[in-house]
Design a protein around this ligand. Structure first.
Ligand code: PGA
Length: 256
């Protein structure tokens, strides 16, 4: 197996005020020491609401814990009321940013073309994008899973800078926030498809170094068997990331 770190990422969605974020991280940080993050075999990232980014940066700087935004606009800055500027994210040293989470795709009508531009602009300002892909229940039942995630991957990476890193997250839409988790075999199968597509798009080195996280109802009681799948390089966690205790359990469950 290629030498990839195991990445455990929290997606807080539209939860936690700045005060709550700081309280959480102050409880999390001392307990995270035992995870050995400084060795680089495991990474932890918090994707927080935009309004919390500044205090999260202040709280986490100097630690080995990563953080970032859940979304940004595809221009560096400008007259785009209500959007988050990638350039400002870079100025406050955000290491990563989610792109194309299924809630952005379905509730906010984000399309592949837009997401490709977001990947590009984030790489330009030095932020590592985490592109999310995943099929709906209807698409899975019609046997379209492979076609859908291959298309989302290809289109989303169309403008990428091949010299810069990125991460992927496979999140079947039917498993997000539903308590209905993909079986470890289903998760692995999708990751195999994505890895092969990455190989076709960018060659072995790209496919081997790029982590693919699984997301969708990951909880402490199902994490170990999902993590044990050879092509699963981490978790992207919504609900179970909101409490320190359960998120720490997921950080510990990650292999490597
Ligand atoms: P969930 O969310 O863990 O609550 O299913 C995952 C996500 O949306 O990233």
């Amino acid at each position: 197996m290629a030498d990839r770190a195991f990445v455990v990422a929290a997606n807080w969605k539209m939860y936690k005020s700045p005060t709550e974020a700081v309280a959480y991280l102050k409880e999390f940080l001392p307990q995270a020491k035992e995870l050995g993050l400084e060795l680089g075999r495991k990474k932890v990232i918090f994707f927080v609401p935009a309004i919390d980014l500044w205090v999260v940066q202040q709280t986490l700087r100097g630690s080995a814990v990563g953080w970032g935004a859940q979304n940004c606009y595809f221009e560096k800055q400008g007259a785009f009321t209500g959007e988050t500027s990638p350039q400002v994210l870079a100025e406050i040293t955000a290491p990563s940013c989610l792109v194309g989470h299924s809630e952005r795709r379905t509730l906010f009508h984000e399309v592949d073309e837009m997401l490709a531009k977001k990947v590009r602009v984030l790489q330009e300002v030095g932020i590592e994008p985490m592109l999310c892909v995943g099929e709906t229940l209807e698409e899975r039942e019609k046997g379209l899973t492979g076609d859908v995630i291959r298309r989302q991957l290809r289109e989303g990476l169309k403008l990428r800078d091949a010299s810069k890193p990125l991460m992927l997250a496979y999140e079947p839409v039917w498993a997000i926030g539903t308590g209905r988790v993909a079986t470890p075999a289903q998760a692995n199968e999708a990751h195999v498809i994505l890895r092969a597509e990455m190989r076709a798009i960018g060659g072995d080195e790209f496919a081997d170094r790029t982590p693919i996280l699984y997301g969708g109802s990951v909880k402490p009681d199902n994490a170990a068997e999902i993590a044990a799948q050879p092509e699963v390089d981490g978790f992207l966690v919504g609900g179970a990331s909101l409490q320190v205790e359960s998120f720490l359990a997921l950080c510990r469950a990650g292999k490597r």
